[in-house]
Write a protein that binds this ligand. Structure first.
Ligand SMILES: Nc1nc2c(ncn2[C@@H]2O[C@H](COP(=O)(O)OP(=O)(O)OP(=O)(O)O)[C@@H](O)[C@H]2O)c(=O)[nH]1
Ligand SMILES: [Mg+2]
Length: 305
């Protein structure tokens, strides 16, 4: 277990390079000198730049101001511990994702290009490696390239893929896949869907229909409705998520491209605003570049040089 955690932190640290190394070194240099209004202002700038959001930023600045002024604490490690504890509290909503049914149906949702198909493939690989029977459904019938992308991934990972006619009804692919998942005794069915803008009502209704028809076939499904969010998008991601949540109650978030973002503090902004647990982080373009979200590891990895 300990080894696993250490490996997880190492992988996270690598993925968070763009945010964390800059973040840590900036904090280190600020906390090395005297803590005064000027250095607190610099600290505030670093937090805003990394996308922690204005409210959380003010709280963190206040914590340091109080520690330095009232308690005369200037020791870097002590200050880092205060920050880490506050950040951990922010992520306290987290509970590990457990499969609740057989088959467990995951609906993978999000705007165009957020990383849905790649995440579907990574999840297939993740669960297959745990010895589970995984099935994938290509409910993005909109783009021919989308199907090719999934065919490629599923043959690489060696998991069955259920497809439908091009331009066909995505809900009927999802329904058919649900039937097959039941008959073939699959443990988990991952349904990749087309990218949709939250402002397009017809596409939002199409998403609702997918959720509705699979619930007819497998009562209680979808067991997980995961919204895939691109970490590089910043505040836009919040608005998108709120709209999706209105149409299809989300059970979790996957934050992708954390490796390309220098503003991984967005994880905290998202968590605070949406109160929907983050389930996984996408840390690259490869099959294995997916980490189950672990609040402790995430916070720790921000404070490693
Ligand atoms: N660096 C990085 N790239 C990623 C990650 N996840 C996905 N990508 C890349 O983002 C691009 C879009 O990924 P897709 O999985 O096709 O996104 P999608 O949401 O399915 O796109 P549409 O189906 O067109 O809406 C691809 O080039 C992926 O390789 C990630 O975690 N890190
Ligand atoms: Mg796709």
């Amino acid at each position: 277990m300990f080894n696993f955690l250490k490996k997880n932190i190492a992988a996270l640290k690598g993925a968070l390079q763009k945010t964390a190394s800059g973040f840590y070194h900036k904090l280190e240099s600020i906390f090395k000198g005297p803590l005064n209004e000027e250095s607190l202002e610099k600290f505030e700038e670093v937090l805003i730049e990394a996308n922690f959001g204005t409210k959380l930023t003010s709280e963190l600045v206040e914590i340091i101001r109080k520690a330095a002024k009232e308690h005369k604490t200037t020791d870097k490690e002590t200050l880092f511990t205060l920050l880490k504890n506050h950040l951990l509290k922010e992520l306290s909503l987290y509970t590990p994702l457990a499969l609740r049914a057989k088959p467990s149906v995951f609906l993978i949702l999000g705007v165009n290009g957020s990383g849905k198909t790649t995440t579907t493939a990574k999840l297939a690989s993740f669960y297959k490696n745990q010895g589970l029977q995984v099935m994938v459904a290509a409910a993005d019938t909109f783009r021919a390239a989308a199907l090719e992308q999934l065919i490629h991934w599923c043959s690489l990972i060696d998991v069955p893929l259920i497809t439908g006619p091009s331009r066909g009804d995505p809900a009927s692919v999802a329904f058919d896949a649900s039937s097959k998942a039941v008959h073939q005794n699959a443990d988990i069915l991952l349904i990749d869907t087309a990218g949709r803008l939250e402002s397009k009502t017809d596409l939002m209704q199409e998403m609702e229909k997918i959720a509705r028809v699979i619930a007819k076939k497998i009562p209680g499904s979808p067991h997980e409705s995961l919204l895939v969010i691109d970490a590089t998008l910043g505040q836009n991601a919040l608005e998108q998520a709120k709209a999706f949540h209105k149409h299809c109650p989300l059970t979790g978030l996957v934050i992708t491209k954390i490796d390309s973002s220098s503003r991984a503090g967005v994880v905290f902004s998202i968590q605070r605003e949406l109160k929907i647990p983050i389930r996984f982080l996408g840390t690259g373009e490869g099959e294995k570049d997916l980490l189950p979200f672990d609040p402790q590891d995430f916070v720790e990895s921000l404070f490693i040089s």
